[in-house]
Design a protein around this ligand. Structure first.
Ligand SMILES: *Cc1c(COP(=O)(O)O)cnc(C)c1O
Length: 377
């Protein structure tokens, strides 16, 4: 069955006898037991909830894993994932990482005894000299945020297997519709479901999808213990969002290609970062491991004044954090998502006062070009 169909029909498990086409929202904290020592399969909503289970099974099917766990946010998912590790453990992470993950690692996980090294994983050999006897995992994002660098997932998996490390891939930007890291050798896939999966800028959600029953068991134990599970209504919103994932992404990436092609020709634009452009250094890797280039791009303008002017002149596009929804959003990574990354490090990576990041929504492509055009004028 094509993934487009899977998005719509989900896990197909039914929880009621009415024939409801839309899975019901089981707004119940707890569930009655039929007898002593018996369970309907649902005991308490922190552990299991039918609406959430439907969503988890849908994601598990889309990513072809053995289990998927739905969290209240993407960061809740990454935080729970860190509970797999113990003080003294070392993790190698991509240096161009979502700012919130960077903040978690450097300010909370480090306090709890974990150690982190950062590498430009678009050159995967650069992780090799960082591996020590304490290294337990490699954590990557591809394409990366906001510089759109691409990491070869299969090559990363080969290194991880050789050194007995877990490969964790944050697949938020592409979703299973465009890229399936587990099939390329990853052990755990992370999502901010807030973005493309839910897709409407109306709910927060997060996921972990895993490859082995052993990992699933360890993470389920952490999950029921730490309690950062997704609420039934937010689960339902995410189920509804996923139904249109394929059509949304098809259109969004089509529009993204039109916008970057146009943008590259404009004055005041120094550089455009998008994995689908012919001059992108890892375009071939992307063609090999993904079904599309996604709908996120970044661009560097000539000076900070131009950047500020653009942010304040848009009529349709909105200046707001987040991405992946039906509304086009533009962010200023330096002040928003990456504000907690030290300045020198930010500058070295190209996250400067001239860099803007664009999340392409579902508006008409020409309307978006017109809006960019008047903002740049
Ligand atoms: C937004 C985001 C997160 C965090 O997700 P929340 O749902 O906001 O907690 C993690 N990784 C990436 C790539 C993101 O874009």
């Amino acid at each position: 069955m094509d993934i487009t169909t899977c998005c719509i029909h989900g896990s197909r498990k039914t929880y009621d006898r009415t024939g409801a086409i839309s899975v019901p929202i089981f707004q119940s904290a707890t569930f009655a037991h039929p007898g002593v020592g018996e369970s309907t399969g649902f005991d308490y909503s922190r552990l299991q909830n039918p609406t959430r289970e439907y969503l988890e099974q849908t994601l598990c099917t889309l990513d072809e894993g053995v289990d998927a766990l739905a969290f209240s946010t993407g960061m809740a998912a990454v935080t729970a994932l860190m509970e797999l590790f113990s003080p003294g453990d070392h993790i190698i992470a991509g240096e161009d990482l979502y700012g919130g993950s960077h903040r978690l690692f450097d300010h909370i996980s480090t306090k709890n005894g974990l150690a982190f090294s950062y590498a430009d994983t678009s050159d995967i050999a650069s992780v090799l000299p960082l591996i020590t006897e304490h290294t337990r995992a490699v954590f990557i994002e591809t394409p990366s945020n906001p510089m759109m660098r691409v990491t070869d997932i299969a090559a990363a998996a080969a290194i991880c297997q050789m050194h007995h490390l877990l490969l964790i891939v944050d697949n938020t930007f592409l979703t299973p519709y465009l890229q399936k890291p587990l099939l390329l050798g990853a052990d755990v896939v992370v999502y901010s479901g807030t973005k493309y999966l839910a897709g409407h800028n109306d709910t927060l959600a997060g996921f972990l999808v895993v490859k082995t029953p052993e990992l699933a068991e360890r993470l389920r134990f952490i999950y029921k213990t730490v309690g950062s599970c997704l609420a039934p209504f937010d689960s339902w919103l995410t189920i509804r969002g996923i139904k249109t994932l394929a059509v949304r992404l098809d259109r969004q990436q089509q529009t993204a290609m039109k916008l970057v092609t146009w943008l590259e020709q404009q004055p005041h634009i120094d550089r455009v970062y998008f994995a689908g452009l012919p001059n992108h250094p890892q375009r071939d890797i992307m063609l090999r491991q993904s079904r599309g280039f996604g709908a996120m791009f970044s661009f560097q303008v000539d000076c900070a004044e131009t950047a500020h002017k653009i942010l304040e002149s848009f009529k349709i596009v909105q200046y707001a954090e987040s991405l992946g929804g039906v509304e086009s959003l533009i962010t200023y990574p330096m002040l928003q998502t990456h504000a907690d990354v030290p300045m020198e490090e930010r500058e070295r990576k190209g996250i400067n006062d001239r860099l803007l990041r664009f999340s392409v929504g579902l508006e008409d492509a020409q309307d978006l070009i017109d809006d960019l055009s008047q903002a740049l004028a």
